[in-house]
Design a protein around this ligand. Structure first.
Ligand SMILES: [Ca+2]
Ligand SMILES: [Ca+2]
Ligand SMILES: [Ca+2]
Length: 720
């Protein structure tokens, strides 16, 4: 590998390790050289290329992202990176290198999904692989690879799950995003009063605002707060992690209605912390450390972990920033440019407000990414506050990627909010990917070639000088293609001839009812995904379950929602497909949708074909208007592309082998599977696990029988 020589040449000039060089300035005596690079992987949540001028887009009013821009100029931009359409499937591909149809992590994991659709402890995850070369591995923030204590029965590894998946250190949360905004603002007002989770000032809201009050902190202290400290004292108190009692004075005993146990969007965060010895602790939301802006906490905790690294072992740190996932909520004023629009009078509902909040959340996130690099010793701010980042002076590779496209209400024109996060169309899967590091040749360039979120899995291994094939058990199929050549060779030929993305339905207990329907107006679609009304409404949705739009009893299915809407004289909405997948080559993209037909109650397949267009600043996207399959007959060249992509799709799907009884994914059904079954039959008291082969949410004798019936079976990879 050439880059290594190059990298070593650069690092011979100066090697940065955190302990020796916290400020990013040159040190007189370089610390001992570390042969393998550190890896800093930053995941941006719900963040598509539509947001970023550095990728050629950003709409009429893009957020300002000076730090991401500086990093992009110092590294390589991948102009054509695809993720999966939602959080968990993409994040699983980062660390498993396998497409969702192989791993069964098909959609964002929610409380009623069985362990079968969560990352399996039998996968060769990235931290397990990197351990071969002595790496220390940590995840800070969100990674969303498992269930959570929202349903412990379906989260068999409990709070130890990230440890069991291979990480030496985990400090974050297991759920998919921050909790909904607390409209009681900590118990000081009736539900529904304060849309953004804090008490505004009277200038913001004459009816409900307050200009002075008592700010209680979780450590038991209290101080008076008024306009002298902030134009919106209630917001400042929330930013500090406190609860603002409007119009009140501090009392010796905290009033009983002040409620520190309520979660409030970005301003509270329960932390689950697991260590390399397998120990686990929880920092509850009532504790001082779990309060304050989440993105700031994520940076703080990432920096704290980095500062503990000795420099003797290489590290990989994955930081899963919460932003810009819903709920959309004001970031701290201090993180925003001084000319930012005032938002303290917002209600945090409605598209106009959400668009402004999206930009401010991006700007705050950008500020925190800059701080992360500076405090990690990888960059510095110059006297004007500009980020100065010279990756060639470091021994750390920085990788920044969105986990899926932007969520509908936050999408920038001309991208399509109705085909955004949750869909395999370009707005849903075309995400920023930036890589900077000492081995990057000709920084500042764009790579036009196709890459996939699975490819990071191979990149992580190759950066650690590990050949994936040498560590994978028994020819386990890997979808990750090489990415490193694009960093080291500016003229590298394209590696992928196709790209793939997929979102399906996670495995639920056969006997369980689906969650109640929720209609998302921006996408005009009905989903049965959110177990609770508040989560539906947090996504801007209308709840059709009990107590929702359709009355106290509620409706039980999206088909029933459409019947109800038609009976009310309204238009029916789309029903969320069961499975959506897309494959593309250099010029065309095939989309396959399997959706329930309400009349027949059968799944029906529909297909769309688009010509690829990645023009800047106005790409012609895969909007239904441009579906090439509506022509009859198809022109010969279109027919040829259609046939080719259908064939490629089928071959890909056929390459997955189902192996009943093989719980540990080694392609054989043998005594090891009986041991695995025993573990989960015993440890999880027979609840959901990767040994629940009949998907009833139990790991019991019926599953053991499936092992015994298949004993000795060798499945192996598909022969094509
Ligand atoms: Ca996401
Ligand atoms: Ca096995
Ligand atoms: Ca079972």
């Amino acid at each position: 590998m050439n880059w290594k020589r190059i990298a070593l040449g650069a690092t011979a000039l100066m090697t940065l390790t955190l302990s020796a060089c916290d400020s990013g300035h040159h040190t007189a005596t370089p610390p001992p050289r570390q042969a393998l690079p550190n890896i800093l992987f930053v995941v941006l949540d719900d963040f598509g290329v539509d947001q970023l001028p550095i990728f050629g887009y950003g709409g009429a009013t893009p957020a300002r992202t000076p730090n991401l821009d500086a990093i992009a100029h110092a590294g390589v931009r991948f102009r054509n990176a695809w993720s999966m359409p939602t959080c968990s499937p993409s994040r699983a591909t980062f660390f498993e290198g396998r497409y969702p149809f192989r791993t069964q992590v098909r959609n964002a994991i929610v409380a009623d999904d069985l362990a079968n659709s969560q990352v399996s402890p039998y996968e060769m995850t990235t931290p397990k692989i990197l351990k071969e070369k002595g790496y220390v591995n940590a995840v800070i923030g969100k990674m969303h690879l498992s269930g959570s204590d929202l349903n412990p029965d379906h989260n068999p590894l409990g709070h130890r799950v990230m440890y069991e998946l291979g990480w030496d250190h985990f400090e974050g949360y297991l759920d998919g995003g921050p909790f909904p905004l607390d409209t009681t603002a900590g118990g000081v007002a009736p539900d529904g009063t304060h849309g953004c989770g804090f008490v505004p000032s009277t200038r913001d809201d004459p009816a409900r605002g307050a200009d002075a009050g008592a700010c209680y902190l979780a450590d038991g202290s209290c101080s008076p707060l008024g306009l002298a400290r902030s134009p919106t004292p209630g917001r400042l108190c929330m930013e500090q992690g406190g609860i603002f009692d409007p119009g009140a004075v501090c009392r010796a005993a905290r009033p009983s209605y002040i409620d520190f146990s309520k979660q409030n969007g970005y301003y509270t965060a329960e932390w689950i912390i697991s260590e390399a010895d397998g120990s686990v602790r929880v920092e509850a939301v009532t504790e001082p450390g779990a309060r304050g802006y989440r993105v700031v906490q994520e940076t703080d905790r990432a920096v704290a972990w980095l500062k503990q690294q000795s420099g003797e072992r290489p590290w990989m740190l994955s930081v899963g920033y919460s932003a810009i996932h819903t709920p959309l909520q004001q970031p701290p004023v201090a993180l925003l440019p001084s000319d930012s629009l005032p938002t303290s009078g917002f209600t945090c509902t409605g598209t106009a407000e959400q668009r402004i909040l999206t930009n401010q959340m991006i700007e705050a996130l950008d500020a925190e990414i800059g701080r992360l690099l500076v405090e990690a010793g990888l960059a510095r701010h110059d006297e004007t506050g500009r980020l100065v980042y010279r990756p060639e002076d470091t021994n750390t590779v920085l990788i920044i990627m969105g986990d899926n496209g932007t969520y509908g209400p936050s999408v920038k024109a001309p991208f399509n909010p109705a085909r955004a996060k949750g869909f395999p169309y370009q707005t849903g899967v075309w995400v920023p990917l930036i890589v900077a590091g000492p081995m990057v040749q000709q920084p500042g360039r764009s790579v036009p070639h196709m890459v996939n979120s699975t490819d990071l899995y191979r990149l992580f291994a190759e950066l650690a000088d590990i050949r994936l094939e040498s560590v994978m058990p028994d020819d386990r199929p890997i979808d990750a293609q090489p990415l490193l050549p694009y960093l080291t060779a500016p003229d590298a030929a394209p590696i992928r001839s196709t790209n793939y993305t997929e979102m399906g339905t996670n495995i639920k207990a056969r006997t369980a009812a689906l969650p109640s329907p929720c209609v998302i107006p921006t996408s005009n679609i009905c989903v049965q995904l959110f177990p609770q009304q508040a989560v539906c409404e947090d996504q801007g949705g209308s709840w059709y379950g009990p107590g929702g739009v359709a009355g106290q009893a509620g409706l039980s299915s999206c088909c029933a929602v459409n019947e109800w809407l038609l009976a009310q004289g309204q238009d029916a909405v789309d029903i969320m497909p069961d499975t959506q997948r897309a494959i593309r080559n250099a010029t065309h993209k095939l989309v396959q949708i399997e959706r329930l037909n309400c009349s027949t109650q059968q799944l029906e397949l529909s297909e769309e074909l688009y010509a690829i267009d990645e023009a800047i600043p106005i790409p012609r996207l895969d909007n239904s208007l441009y579906n090439l399959l509506t022509q009859a007959p198809l022109p010969a060249d279109v027919q040829q592309q259609y046939d080719r992509l259908r064939g490629e799709m089928q071959a890909l799907l056929d390459s997955h082998v189902v192996c009943p009884g093989d719980g540990n994914l080694d392609g054989v059904v043998d005594a090891a599977d009986v041991e695995g079954w025993q573990r989960f039959n015993r440890d999880t008291v027979g609840q959901s696990s990767w040994y629940d082969f009949n998907h009833d949410g139990l790991t019991n004798e019926a599953d053991l029988l499936i092992i015994q019936e298949n004993m000795g079976r060798r499945c192996g990879p598909a022969v094509s």
